[in-house]
Ligand binder design. Sequence first.
Ligand code: ADP
Ligand code: MG
Length: 370
Amino acid sequence: MSGLTLKNVKKYYDKTAVIPDLSLEIHSGEFLVLVGPSGCGKSTLLRMIAGLDSLSAGSIHIEETDVTELAAGKRGLSMVFQSYALYPHMTVRQNLAFGLKNIRTPPDEIARRISEAALILRLDEMLDRLPQNLSGGQRQRVAIGRSIVQQPKVFLFDEPLSNLDAALRVQMRQEISQLHARLKNTMIYVTHDQVEAMTLADRIVVLNQGRIEQIGRPVELYNSPASLFVANFIGTPKINIIPAQVNGRQLCINGQPMFPLGDKFPVVHEGQMVSLAIRPELLRLNEVTDHQFGVFVDFTELQGDSTLVYARFGEHILKMKSSKQLSFAKDTPINFGFNAESILLFNEAGKCIPATACDGINQPGLLMGQ
Ligand SMILES: Nc1ncnc2c1ncn2[C@@H]1O[C@H](COP(=O)(O)OP(=O)(O)O)[C@@H](O)[C@H]1O
Ligand SMILES: [Mg+2]
């Protein structure tokens, strides 16, 4: 197992900084997920780690070794791509053997590694098939198998599930998770899908325009997003965000005093413009809570086990997720409520405003019992 260190890594294309200046430590044996919107530099970063792209500045270290100038094939890493990149005219067995033959691995060693990988990935029945006779999920397993037989120190994945349909993505996600539990290698996994990130990662790195917005365990990012960007990016349905102003220790919305701040946010100042954020599942319907306010139903989405209620609050549309099966006519007046510890505040720059410690849900670690 190997840890990795990125030190002040920069990547420019012409004069455009795709990665302006990024430092990161990846622990040995960790499942690290790089997540962010399309074009934020995830693949660029992974390709630099793999040795497929050069750095404009900075260095990459595997354990104590500086590998910045080392050729891709010598780094002991292996990458799985979104496009499976299998050789169509070769059988599964030949696809798995190809990279090993190239480095003159003895045939009995190749056979041993292939049967081991085939067992892990349940490919043993299809070793003599051509890729065209495999399903999408099976092809992706062969692509992962090709990495496993290399016995890399670190696995790199670039959106490996993006070409699969939704049901298969869920299944493959679980298989990759089990693979990590079994092999215990360091894995660096790139995705734009926040659900994949939340379910697979030991730690998530959220990237925004080549910069790290936040690093943390999935539950930390969900409960205590460091910025509006992270709050918005993590979680479906998306978090509710309402512009507000601090006035006499009250949060005013559309000029109306709505919610007393208490002593929860000691650092806000009079007149400050803030964004009030609350997760849809932390809004309550007609329940006794610290704060209540009236809204009008816009529409409801019954999702089987739960209901999403979209409601108008002045000019804003709020989403409330209930674990009950509900149905309302449009324009029905209802009451939303929330408890003081459920809200997050962000300043004008979109950074989280720290709250005083209370039994709040938005404290890191609480849900994990730490
Ligand atoms: N070879 C290249 N030449 C010029 N610009 C590139 C090149 N590769 C990537 N980029 C740019 O770098 C940015 C990040 O790309 P990429 O790392 O592929 O993003 P992601 O994988 O997060 O979607 C994009 O704006 C992309 O257009
Ligand atoms: Mg990409």
